[in-house]
Ligand binder design. Structure first.
Ligand code: HEC
Ligand code: HEC
Ligand code: HEC
Ligand code: HEC
Length: 226
């Protein structure tokens, strides 16, 4: 299926994509560990070569979402369908925190280029592999509290304040700490528990911006004790 987003990229990206490819070949590992050239580098599409501006601004930021870091992108106002399950101890509510920011492109209701007052035309549309949509009932639960109390109540979960995880690349791009500290903003499972929006702590060769490798389901065993 061809949608607006795909067409926009196809129309304008030929030269920049070639450039990114060349740089990646020269630098060897440039495809991992930096937002430049990653799926979230929109500089070749619609914003005068800037990388951060679709999401952040140094001034006059939107404070609609309390925890949003100097936010510049329009925020979704969707009421989402939620995951529910009789075997879950948690009961997810509407998305909170940084997950709202992710969904402000990935739910398909707000354009990728709706930032800084631009109306925006470039949607992640149904059929796009990156489309999450407004129905989260078939997605891993987010915006739920995951703390020692939950782990005590559910022996299938590791205690997040006593379990250690190493995320990211080698060298100064590795970070080791507790699951609580590294993966759970305000003790909550969010999209950013599994994904690094900036591609800064993604193991080499790991697609989908995952902070821990999916090989042998390592990312799942980080929290689940099955
Ligand atoms: C596609 C959207 C997007 C782009 C592009 C983006 N960011 Fe972010 N940024 C986010 C989101 C969402 C958060 C909050 C969630 C998180 O930190 O995972 C964030 C958080 C931050 C934070 C605070 C938390 C932290 O991780 O340190 C800083 C600083 C930041 N971004 C800087 C930048 C800079 C600098 C650029 C450009 C080089 C950039 N970002 C590009 C979405 C983006
Ligand atoms: C400004 C809009 C925008 C925001 C905000 C945003 N994304 Fe994306 N994201 C996109 C687009 C567009 C793509 C697909 C890019 C492409 O097709 O090349 C994408 C791709 C992805 C991918 C696939 C990466 C890959 O390598 O294929 C993941 C995973 C992802 N986003 C997760 C997130 C998470 C998690 C957040 C919040 C922390 C977030 N996104 C915030 C627009 C956004
Ligand atoms: C518990 C971990 C986890 C959480 C939480 C999570 N994801 Fe993912 N996500 C994954 C994994 C693992 C993949 C790779 C899927 C695969 O291999 O098929 C993925 C893939 C993706 C992709 C790539 C397209 C696809 O569907 O394969 C996008 C976009 C994405 N996630 C966005 C999000 C957004 C937005 C949120 C929050 C609403 C989120 N993710 C929450 C683990 C997670
Ligand atoms: C950052 C921690 C974390 C990661 C990573 C994670 N999960 Fe979860 N997951 C949770 C928590 C917390 C719950 C809610 C458990 C509860 O409330 O009983 C949950 C719930 C679930 C549920 C729903 C259980 C039910 O009873 O309906 C499934 C299934 C699941 N996760 C599978 C996965 C898979 C597969 C992966 C790897 C792709 C994964 N999780 C990665 C923390 C995580």
């Amino acid at each position: 299926m061809t949608n607006k987003r795909t067409r926009l990229i196809a129309k304008s990206a030929a030269a920049p994509v070639a450039l990114i490819f060349t740089l990646a070949v020269i630098a060897g590992t440039a495809s991992a560990g930096t937002i430049a050239g990653s799926a979230h580098d929109f500089s070749s599409i619609n914003n005068d070569g800037q990388i951060c501006v679709n999401c952040h601004t140094p001034h006059s930021a939107d404070t609609t979402v309390a925890t949003a870091p100097l936010w510049n992108h329009d925020v979704t106002s969707t009421t989402f369908l939620l995951y529910s399950s009789p075997t879950m101890n948690s009961a997810p509510g509407q998305p909170t925190g940084s997950s709202v920011l992710c969904l402000s492109c990935h739910d398909g209701t707000v354009a990728v280029d709706s930032f800084g007052g631009n109306a925006g035309v470039d949607f992640i549309a149904p059929g796009d592999e990156h489309y999450i949509g407004t129905d989260l009932s078939d997605d891993h639960p987010i915006s739920i509290t995951y703390d020692s109390a939950l782990a005590n109540a559910d022996p299938g979960l590791n205690d997040p304040s006593a379990t250690t995880v190493t995320i990211g690349l080698g060298g100064d791009k590795t970070n080791t700490g507790t699951v609580s500290n590294l993966l759970l903003p305000a003790d909550q499972v969010q999209c950013s528990s599994c994904h690094d929006v900036h591609n800064g702590f993604v193991p080499p060769a790991e697609p989908d911006l995952l902070v821990v490798s999916r090989t042998n389901s390592s990312i799942c065993f980080t929290c689940h004790n099955k």
